[in-house]
Write a protein that binds this ligand. Structure first.
Ligand SMILES: Nc1ncnc2c1ncn2[C@@H]1O[C@H](COP(=O)(O)OP(=O)(O)OP(=O)(O)O)[C@@H](O)[C@H]1O
Ligand SMILES: [Mg+2]
Length: 219
């Protein structure tokens, strides 16, 4: 973990961390811990939770694909604005459709997709908000995993298996990936003298800010 007041703005593009998964899989639980850990490390962090974002920005939207994609698009828009100012953004929102998640990946300079994985049976057993029960009773329609699709990520940056690992272990895995990305951003920034975007194979310690250092052959 980076200490002190080192900010994400000084370390390359600020990451957008998107936790996707079924309802009750553990997105909010893990996002809360991740946000706290990153803040404790001195980063500017904004957590955008799906429930709150729908309430504030997507209240009129439905739960069909168009409505869900629009809701996700609005969250991504807010995230991009914050990222632009060097703020690390943690989103916990189901975002059930792969295509829109991939679109966000394409437009975000530092996207970390976190698949918060738990079987439908486990999620139904947890049923934190009682929504599965209501969906099974027919009181709610278009509920993800029951009568609406969920498309799991095919190649997420992080996979958190919340049936196997504790919430803290899952959060640590996410934070480790964020820190790797931040270090890479810092390393590539150090390459500016030679104009190369990639750090040398020898690692960031090869850089001393001079063109010679950047051109130095690595072992
Ligand atoms: N390893 C774990 N990681 C996260 N949550 C866990 C884990 N193990 C058990 N849980 C429990 O699972 C539940 C997950 O609820 P949470 O509200 O985080 O789900 P969610 O994915 O945000 O759901 P929703 O989409 O409905 O908001 C909590 O009660 C949490 O304590
Ligand atoms: Mg939640």
């Amino acid at each position: 973990m980076v200490r002190g007041s080192e900010s994400a703005a000084a370390a390359g593009p600020a990451p957008l961390i998107w936790l996707t998964g079924l309802s009750s899989a553990g997105k909010t639980t893990i996002a809360r811990i991740v946000s706290g850990m990153l803040r404790g490390g001195g980063f500017d962090v904004q957590w955008l939770d799906g429930d709150m974002m729908r309430e504030r920005l997507g209240r009129e939207l439905g739960f069909d694909k168009t409505g869900r994609d629009e809701n996700v698009g609005r969250i991504a828009y807010v995230a991009a604005l914050l990222n632009r100012h060097g703020v690390i953004v943690v989103v916990s929102a189901i975002a059930p459709y792969r295509e829109i998640r991939d679109e966000i990946r394409g437009s975000s300079p530092a996207f970390i997709e976190v698949y918060v994985k738990a079987s439908l049976a486990t999620c139904e057993r947890r049923d934190v908000k009682g929504l599965y029960r209501r969906a099974r009773a027919g009181a709610i329609r278009q509920f993800t995993g029951v009568d609406d699709p969920y498309e799991p990520p095919l190649a997420p940056e992080v996979e958190c298996d919340t049936e196997r690992d504790t919430a803290s272990a899952c959060a640590q895995k996410v934070v480790d990936t964020v820190m790797e990305m931040v270090s890479r951003g810092r390393a590539s920034r150090a390459c500016a003298p030679c104009g190369s975007a990639a750090p040398p194979a020898g690692g960031p310690e090869m850089h001393d800010g001079s063109i010679e250092a950047c051109r130095r052959p690595s072992a």
